[in-house]
Design a protein around this ligand. Structure first.
Ligand SMILES: Cc1cc2nc3c(=O)[nH]c(=O)nc-3n(C[C@H](O)[C@H](O)[C@H](O)COP(=O)(O)OP(=O)(O)OC[C@H]3O[C@@H](n4cnc5c(N)ncnc54)[C@H](O)[C@@H]3O)c2cc1C
Length: 402
């Protein structure tokens, strides 16, 4: 196994650093510092996406022929690390990160030619319609129906927790086209125009007050058959491919280390770095460094042609646990200043009803203002993208043979 970067990769790192120094504006950095969830607002995500598209770097995991970078695994990792170190805001994960790979892996040429450029140009803004009220961890239990009707499917049912559904014009969605076989059979992966008649989007507000997630209801919605990705009744294959993509290959370690550096700086500037806090920060730092080393190991295996497999589950558990722990440390640091609810002084991932345009002055230090919202939002990290209990189940079966 090789964990060192080559000279060419180190040169690439310099190129990325120079690009970030020139293109990641102070405003974008300041926005990212005040983010309260993992989601940037649509406006900011698209602003940053346009800059990356101009550079040809918006879709690191796509092959070059589709407008991606065609980078090696190592270069993608370096890019991720440098983005984290520079404090860049994230892009919306659903288009470039999820729907794009599904299209590249399973779409027809016509579908790729049409949708991929629109994902990059942000003409289409995507949401993911997988979970339903009774089908989350047990995704194969989904019941949203799609009934064959000539050149279209007629869809009825609902989706829940759908991130960005209120801002998206497109959804990639799992529907049931057959109920006769096993639950995993009879599922089809389709693309839905969210502006079509028969789609209703209701907000779900997070504990932090942000409107990012939604419940979506479909009544007699007609979806053209041309919008099926892959084969009818074989959507589970596409879904599984995407879920592995969603879990694997994240650079948790560098992001966590960047957050730890910022916590340490705040603690020291505010005279709060006592022995107890220093010990907690050091322990967290050791954990983040361990995670980073494991990520480098995984990257080296991927570069050798391996797949994330079980390691993706391990990273997801460790990364989200540690992330939640850091929000607890941040809350401890903020102390009483975590209490005032002042989302208008933060960068929420979506509107906070009642607080838009409010102009009351900041209460407490700027470093404390995101602490409670981040703490609340980060509880979701161990639930979405396959809950941590499910990941532990995967590990206990696959690794320990239980
Ligand atoms: C902030 C946020 C954003 C999301 N965005 C999207 C989105 O954009 N699109 C989308 O489709 N979905 C989205 N989701 C939904 C997410 O994928 C589901 O919440 C997740 O899959 C868990 O499903 P559930 O909520 O139905 O919980 P359940 O599956 O009902 O689980 C409840 C609890 O039981 C545990 N549990 C369930 N089964 C097992 C088992 N077999 N073994 C051990 N423990 C088990 C779970 O770990 C969990 O703790 C989002 C969720 C959140 C919180």
């Amino acid at each position: 196994m090789k964990l060192d970067f080559t000279r060419e990769e180190e040169t690439f790192r310099d190129e990325v650093r120079n690009f970030l120094a020139e293109n990641l504006s102070g405003d974008l950095r300041a926005y990212a510092r005040r983010m309260t969830s993992v989601y940037s607002s649509k406006e900011i995500a698209l602003e940053w996406q346009r800059i990356l598209v101009r550079q040809g770097w918006a879709a690191p995991s796509w092959p070059a022929e589709y407008g991606g970078t065609g980078w090696s695994v190592a270069k993608r990792y370096i890019f991720d690390v440098e983005m984290a170190r520079a404090g860049a805001p994230g892009l919306s994960p659903m288009g470039i990160g999820m729907c794009g790979p599904a299209l590249i892996g399973h779409g027809s040429k016509a579908q790729k030619d049409y949708y991929l450029p629109r994902i990059l140009s942000a003409e289409d803004y995507w949401c993911q319609g997988y979970s339903e009220p009774h089908a989350g961890s047990d995704l194969a239990a989904l019941t949203m129906s799609a009934v064959d009707d000539g050149d279209a499917y007629v869809c009825n049912g609902s989706k829940i927790w759908t991130t960005h559904a209120h801002e998206a014009n497109m959804m990639f969605c799992l529907v049931r086209t057959d109920t006769s076989g096993k639950p995993q059979q009879g599922i089809t992966f389709i693309l839905i125009d969210m502006t079509a008649p028969g789609v209703r989007v209701d907000p779900i507000l997070m504990l932090s007050g942000e409107h990012i997630q939604n419940a979506v209801f479909f009544t007699d919605l007609r979806v053209p058959k041309a919008n099926v990705i892959g084969k009818v009744n074989e959507g589970w294959t596409v879904a599984k491919y995407l879920l592995e993509f969603e879990r694997g290959g994240s650079a948790y370690g560098p992001r966590l280390l960047a957050r730890l550096r910022s916590l340490r700086r705040t603690a020291s500037e505010e005279g709060l770095l006592d022995a107890d806090l220093a010990r907690k920060l050091s322990r967290a730092e050791a954990d983040a460094q361990t995670l980073e080393a494991a990520e480098l190991q995984m990257m080296s295996e991927l570069a050798g042609g391996g797949t994330p497999g079980l390691k993706a589950s391990m990273m997801k558990i460790l990364g989200t646990q540690l992330s939640q722990h850091l929000t607890e440390l941040a809350l401890e640091l903020a102390g009483a200043y975590a209490a005032p609810f002042q989302p208008h002084h933060t960068s929420p991932g979506g509107p906070v009803p009642g607080f838009e345009g409010l102009n009351t002055p900041l209460v407490g230090p700027e470093s404390a203002v995101t602490a409670s919202a981040k703490y609340l939002n980060d509880r979701a990290g161990s639930i979405y993208a396959g809950s941590n209990e499910i990941q532990r189940g995967i590990l206990s079966k696959g690794q320990l043979g239980l």
